[in-house]
Design a protein around this ligand. Structure first.
Ligand code: SAH
Length: 231
C-alpha cells in the first residue's frame, strides 16, 4: 500500500467507527417509535464487519460512511446505514435462520444479513443490478447469499418458508404472496406507502392462524417497489 492508500484506509476505518456511534444514537432517538432503544450487539457486529465502500463507486468513498442513502445508478440507492441497522435488528435473526430479501440493489443489506443468518435469498428486479450484486458478494466471500433477478411481489416459492423476510423497496400495499412464505412466528419487515412520499415501516409477525400481527415502527422514505413489466 502507498502512504496515501494507508491514510485512506485509516480514514475509512475511523469514519466507520463514527458511523456506528451515530447509528447507536439514532436508535436512542427513535426508541419511542421503534421500541428498540439500543441495537443488539449482533446487529452492530454485523455492521462493523461489512465495508460499505465495497458496494459503491470509488468516487463516492468520501461519503461511504455518511449516515445517508447514496445513489447506485439505475435511479436506485444504497439505503441509509441507520435504516439498514434498524431493519436488520427488527428481523431478530439467529445463526440458523434463512432470510428472504426483496430489493438486492448493490447487495449491502444482503451482506449484513449474511453475517447473521445461515442463508440469504435476495431478489432484484433490475437484471444488471442482480448480476453485479451477485458477483460482488461472491468476490467478497459471501457464499451463503443467492441473488436472482425477479419480481419480489412473487417471493421465492422454491426456497420458502423463511424465518424472516425484509423488503427494501416500498409497495403501496402489503404484497399478498409474502405472508405464506413465512414460518409461524416469522418476521416480515417492510415499508408500505405511497410513492414519492414517506412510508411507514412495519414489523409483522406471523401468527399460528396464519394472519400477521402488524406493528408500526417508523416513518421512512424508500424507492418504490415496482411491478415487473408484462412482456
Ligand atoms: N437493499 C439495498 C437497497 C435497495 S434499493 C441496499 O442494501 O442498499 C431498492 C431496490 O429494490 C432497487 O434496487 C430496486 O431495483 C429493487 N426493486 C424495486 N421493485 C422491485 C421488485 N418488485 N422486486 C425486486 N426488487 C425490486
Amino acid at each position: 500500500m502507498t502512504t496515501e492508500e494507508t491514510g485512506e484506509a485509516a480514514g475509512l476505518a475511523e469514519a466507520r467507527q463514527r458511523l456506528l456511534q451515530q447509528i447507536a444514537q439514532d436508535f436512542a432517538e427513535t426508541a419511542s417509535w421503534t421500541g428498540r432503544p439500543v441495537p443488539s450487539e449482533r446487529t452492530m457486529r454485523a455492521l462493523s464487519r461489512v465495508s460499505r465502500e465495497a458496494f459503491i463507486s470509488e468516487r463516492d468513498w468520501v461519503a461511504a460512511y455518511d449516515n445517508r442513502p447514496l445513489s447506485i445508478g439505475y435511479g436506485q440507492t444504497i439505503s441509509q446505514p441507520f435504516i439498514v441497522a434498524l431493519m436488520t435488528d427488527l428481523l431478530d435473526l439467529e445463526p440458523e435462520h434463512r432470510v428472504l430479501e426483496i430489493g438486492t440493489g448493490c447487495g449491502y443489506q444482503a451482506a449484513v444479513l449474511a453475517e447473521l443468518a445461515a442463508a440469504v435469498f435476495s431478489i432484484e428486479l433490475v437484471g444488471d443490478l442482480a448480476l453485479s450484486a451477485q458477483r460482488r458478494l461472491r468476490h467478497l466471500g459471501y457464499e451463503n447469499v443467492r441473488v436472482r433477478q425477479g419480481d419480489g411481489f412473487q417471493g421465492w416459492t422454491e426456497e420458502a418458508p423463511f424465518d424472516a423476510i425484509i423488503v427494501t423497496a416500498a409497495p403501496e400495499e402489503l404484497p399478498e404472496e409474502l405472508p405464506a412464505q413465512l414460518v409461524t412466528g416469522g418476521r416480515l419487515v417492510i415499508p408500505i406507502g405511497p410513492r414519492g412520499d414517506s412510508q411507514m415501516l412495519w414489523r409483522c409477525v406471523k401468527q399460528t392462524d396464519g394472519t400477521l400481527d402488524m406493528q408500526r415502527k417508523l416513518p421512512v422514505a424508500f424507492v418504490p417497489m415496482l411491478a415487473e413489466k408484462k412482456r
